[in-house]
Design a protein. Structure first.
Length: 153
């Protein structure tokens, strides 16, 4: 398919975009066979192509990698055969996350929530977010407006 266009009165022919190249959704130059293998592996693992490439790259950096030693980077831990990242996660259960985080610390959920609320309250008091109510200085709190005086008709 050719596209005709004109510059200063002259007609030029140009191939359409689909005739020249197809633009890849992931702009890395690689052989089509390798891309097909990566895409099939990503589909099998329920991941995106990007996530598959990143996982494959991370798996190449082992514990005693010379590149990491030369760059003085921390060593990567050995990857499990069935890592948690391969599982598809559809949502986060906050209660389960809090319980799993606190299990080894010896802290209960209530202790954590109390500590967080106390920290928030003290931070807000420090910022002056809670000014003293005007009724706090009086012996009896204000109960509302006083009744109006009755005037004779």
């Amino acid at each position: 398919m050719w596209i005709l266009f004109s510059y200063s009165g002259q007609i030029h022919r140009s191939p359409a975009m689909s005739d020249r190249h197809t633009i890849s959704p992931y702009p890395i130059r690689m052989p089509p066979e390798l891309r097909a293998l990566l895409e099939s592996s990503a589909n099998h693992g329920a991941r995106s192509l990007h996530a598959e490439i990143i996982a494959r790259l991370w798996s190449t950096f082992r514990k005693n990698d010379i590149v990491r030693q030369n760059l003085a980077l921390p060593f990567a831990e050995e990857a499990d055969e069935n890592p948690v990242l391969d599982r598809k996660i559809s949502g986060v259960d906050k209660a389960r996350l809090i319980e799993s985080t606190l299990a080894g610390a010896g802290i209960t959920r209530e202790d954590l929530l109390d500590a967080v609320s106390n920290a928030i309250e003290s931070a807000l008091h420090g910022m002056g977010a809670f000014p003293a109510a005007p009724d706090n200085a009086k012996p009896h709190p204000n109960t509302g407006p006083k009744p109006r005086k009755r005037y004779d008709k």
